[in-house]
Design a binder for this molecule. Structure first.
Ligand code: NUP
Length: 211
């Protein structure tokens, strides 16, 4: 089974609560990042957590170890159950996020290769592979890999084995849900659900990946 994770990148509390509430029956988790917490404040996390779904903090944490630890602590205290960190900062920074997440009984996912075209300029190929290997060595729970490049997801799977792959890039970024779903553990979908006329129906249409 592949999980469906909503990227809740709307900007207001009202939109966030409405969309999360409507789509929740079809979701396995909700990912919240800067657009929503900057728009609605961190208190939105507590409110959305009330739906009972796991919440993933997409803060792409990318600082020195001490700052990474402080950010991760803040996220878990706010009600998140997982956090996404960048991997290019190196193993000490990643370890700070992983250890802090695990101290809270949560998970940490490390971005190995991003889904947008510009990702190919610096952080794909060999560098992405090195990041994935390092993420495993640091005890991360999984990686973020691009639904826009299934062949890269396959290559990264060879490196990380049974660790989880969460994959954004389906829909608005051009990735194909049917093609990517069998290769990953969690599919992250944002605009093609929250911008749909009927977000619940749009989320339900992805339910085939959960079977
Ligand atoms: O490589 C990445 N690509 C990506 O799109 C890493 C991410 N975390 N994301 C996030 O996934 C992005 O910030 C957004 O929240 C979501 C994809 O949303 P959408 O393209 O489906 O709207």
């Amino acid at each position: 089974m592949t999980e469906l994770i909503l990227a809740l990148d709307v900007l207001t509390r009202e939109e966030a609560v409405y969309i999360a509430d409507k789509t929740a029956p079809y979701l396995d988790a909700i990912k919240i990042g800067y657009p929503l917490v900057l728009g609605a404040g961190m208190k939105i996390v507590h409110e959305i957590a009330g739906l009972g779904l796991p919440l993933i903090a997409d803060f792409k944490v990318a600082d020195i170890p001490n700052t990474n630890k402080l950010i991760t602590e803040h996220a878990f205290q706010a009600g998140f159950s997982a956090i996404i960190a960048q991997g290019f900062t190196g193993s000490d920074s990643v370890e700070a996020c992983v250890e802090t997440a695990h101290d809270y009984g949560g998970s940490c996912y490390v971005v190995s290769e991003m889904s947008h075209p510009g990702a190919l300029e610096f952080l794909s190929g060999e560098n992405a592979a090195r990041i994935a290997k390092m993420a495993v060595e640091c005890g991360a729970d999984g990686i973020i890999a691009p639904a826009t490049r299934p062949e890269r997801v396959k290559a990264l799977r060879e490196i990380i084995g049974s660790k989880k792959i969460l994959s954004p890039g389906v829909g608005a970024q051009g990735g194909d849900a049917k093609e990517i779903a069998p290769l990953i553990d969690g599919m992250i979908v944002g605009r093609s659900i929250y911008n749909a006329e009927d977000p619940a129906k749009a989320a339900e249409e992805y339910s085939f990946i959960r079977r």
